[in-house]
Design a protein around this ligand. Structure first.
Ligand SMILES: [Zn+2]
Length: 117
């Protein structure tokens, strides 16, 4: 297993964080006006760890927390958006993106290899 350089990890972390931010914003924004609770495939969802509600219109952003993402190419630290429920407890978010982050690594590696020509 080959460790990626720190610089490359930084770029992966930046892109991953940007996508997570957009994902959470989009999810909470939609939840604000959609009363429907059904989720389409691939959409983000979450459950409050305090009261167990899945009603995203009762959730809001509350800063970030550090999270380590482990892949075959090494470990990268990212700032994961944090969401809390109306009762004040953290919401466990199912980040569909985290399941596909390997592809993101590969994209960034491809770009860098291409740049070297
Ligand atoms: Zn709750």
């Amino acid at each position: 297993m080959e460790e990626l350089p720190v610089e490359l990890k930084g770029r992966v972390a930046e892109r991953l964080e940007a996508q997570l931010e957009r994902g959470v914003e989009g999810w909470l924004h939609r939840a604000g006006y959609e009363r429907r609770e059904g989720l389409e495939a691939g959409q983000q969802s979450g459950e409050c760890q305090g009261c167990g509600t899945r009603k995203a219109r009762l959730f809001w952003r509350n800063g970030h927390r550090r999270r380590q993402i482990v892949s075959q190419s090494g470990v990268v630290d990212i700032r994961l958006p944090r969401v809390v429920g109306a009762c004040g407890e953290s919401v466990a978010i199912l980040f569909t993106l985290l399941r596909t982050y390997q592809r993101l690594w590969e994209d960034v590696i491809d770009q860098i290899d291409g740049g070297r020509g």
